[in-house]
Design a protein around this ligand. Structure first.
Ligand code: HXC
Length: 514
């Protein structure tokens, strides 16, 4: 055959495979409000940047009628491209091809693109839309999953790994996203669970819908498996692209620098925090007047809302923010918020992103529920993550810094590089009321007017300890600063610690309180 004819034959072959599961299956996919796997990749990547590989890979299963089934691309599309110019490896499971189910060859296409991402030192994005292990393939499918999990673990902390759940992600399939850095979900489309509603009903006799069991909101709000929640696929793709702009391509690099910009929000920072220490406020307002252009990408926005984490820029460079959120549970640390903060701190540390901590919290959440849920084990993760991190670490105490919270939120004692405090800060072993009730118990009990005596003793404790000057006198905080100086002091602290070196003892790895 002449070259020309070969080219025409190639085009024909490609067109057939690129149709995935065919018109009927694509119609079904679209009717569910979902884009096709190929359209998803094209929507995420820069225009005309996608290069596909392994289009002609086929499965080798011969049982259960599989010898007669030709599956386009074996149900997964893989390739490379760019997002805002950043190089990316990407794969997308194609639900129109046998439900995107994962057989050995399907898995090997994925592991091949993951290996490439690691070798090229670039982020890897995986789009999940699959009925799970291809039942006809049995052990081949299980082997495939194991090989993916192994690579997720090897790549962890080396290249950014992003999972997008755009359909079912059932059974063992859930564990690849769970091993990656960021998981994106979309309302009504994402479904993640280990055992589906039918199994639950037959084993436990409980009826539950897929949505209530493992829909997008469940994972964004309750389990914390999802870091980003969107109401449409398009919104989700915009979130992914925004994230890519904030993070470096790999752990040997820094995130891309942008043109420094002043905050867009011009609000007076002193007016954000109420003078009454019992009054809540939204700490995101404080962040908005500190970061360049007031742009802040919040992560885990709907999960454990008593802590806020996310990326902003200062002087054009990416900074990770960890901030207590007084609007929810007074900003306490509990099991979930500890997990959320610790994970984010470790991400920043792995990828050379300095951390700014904004502190205003009365400590760890007390109560039987929390104790039994393991607040000791979960809370310890925050201590571990901050102590372990060697990136620049700067704390600003805005208001309350009590007890374990004072230590945990990147105190000097855990290795903070700079700790600043507003003059309104209260730094003490516990809240004045609790403290007075304990240490002045006898005086209060014996007083004629117990309430008046309690008030007197509370005030005595406040005057003595609930201010930043005792900590400042010991050098535990480096400066008591005016709120209006916060941004300029942070800019300087970040710039001066740009080349920080902080060695750790040699070890294979630590044993964090997982
Ligand atoms: C083979 C599968 C499949 C699978 C779906 N299909 N899942 N084929 N293996 N796991 C096929 C269907 O037979 C169908 O083929 C096509 O994909 C579309 O599926 P439908 O059921 O028609 O789609 P829908 O009604 O949208 O339902 C989607 C679904 C359902 C909820 C995902 O298909 C389902 O429950 N699938 C099984 C999910 C599951 O139990 N997975 C766990 C596997 S075990 P046709 O030819 O009719 O178009 C596992 C353990 C791994 O994952 C452990 C690793 C550590």
């Amino acid at each position: 055959m002449s070259l020309k004819k070969n080219i025409l034959a190639l085009r024909e072959k490609k067109a057939i495979v690129q149709k995935g599961g065919g018109d009927e299956a694509i119609e079904k996919q679209v009717a569910m409000g979902k884009l096709t796997a190929r359209d998803r990749i094209l929507a995420i990547l820069d225009k005309n940047s996608f290069h596909e590989y392994d289009l002609f890979v086929v499965h080798e299963e011969r049982n259960f009628g599989m010898d007669k089934k030709v599956l386009a691309g074996d149900g997964v599309i893989t390739g490379t491209g760019t997002v805002y110019g950043a190089p990316i490896c990407i794969y997308a499971q194609d639900f129109t091809v046998m439900g995107g189910s994962l057989g050995l060859k399907h898995a090997r296409k994925i592991t091949k693109i993951m290996d490439l991402a690691l070798k090229l030192q670039v982020p890897c994005i995986g789009i999940n839309d699959s009925g799970g292990a291809r039942i006809q393939e049995g052990i081949g499918a299980l082997a495939g999953y194991g090989e993916i999990f192994y690579r997720n673990t090897m790549a962890s902390g080396v290249i950014p790994q992003i999972s997008v759940i755009l359909g079912p992600c059932a059974g063992g399939a859930v564990y690849s996203p769970a091993l990656t850095d960021f998981v994106f979900v979309v309302e009504n489309i994402s479904k993640m669970f280990i055992t589906g509603p039918n199994v639950i009903e037959s084993v436990l006799g409980e009826k539950i819908s897929q949505e209530d069991l493992g829909g997008a909101r469940v994972h964004a709000e309750i389990t914390g498996n999802a870091h980003f929640y969107a109401s449409s696929e398009q919104e989700c793709f915009e979130q992914i692209k925004q994230l890519i702009r904030f993070i470096p391509w790999n752990n040997t690099q820094k995130a891309k620098s942008f043109e420094p910009k002043p905050p867009k929000v011009k609000k007076n920072i002193e007016n954000i925090i109420p003078s009454d220490p019992k009054q809540p406020y939204d700490v995101r307002e404080v962040i908005s007047v500190l970061v360049d252009d007031s742009e802040f990408l919040e992560i885990h926005e709907l999960f454990a809302q008593n802590i806020v984490v996310g990326f902003g820029r200062m002087n054009g460079e990416t900074v990770g923010f960890v901030a207590n959120q007084p609007m929810y549970l007074a900003g306490v640390l509990d099991c979930d918020s500890s997990d959320k903060a610790a994970r984010f701190i470790r991400y920043c540390d792995a990828f050379n992103i300095p951390i700014v901590t904004l502190e205003d919290m009365p400590g760890y959440l007390p109560g039987v529920d929390q104790e039994h849920a393991g607040v000791i084990r979960h809370g310890a993760k925050v201590l571990y993550a901050y102590s372990e991190a060697t990136v620049p670490k700067i704390t600003v105490i805005l208001r309350k810094a009590y007890g374990g919270g004072y230590i945990a939120m990147n105190s000097r004692h855990l290795g903070a590089d700079f700790v600043f405090s507003w003059p309104s800060a209260e730094i003490a072993v516990m809240g004045p009321e609790g403290a007075a009730n304990i240490i002045f118990k006898k005086e209060i009990m014996e007083a004629e007017d117990q309430d008046a005596m309690r008030q007197l003793k509370v005030q005595e404790y406040i005057d003595k300890f609930a201010n930043p000057y005792v900590a400042a006198s010991k050098g535990y905080i480096d400066g008591v600063i005016e709120p209006s100086e916060t941004r300029s002091i942070l800019l300087h602290a970040l710039a001066i610690s740009n080349k920080k070196i902080d060695d750790r003892p040699t070890k294979k790895h630590g044993i964090p309180p997982f």
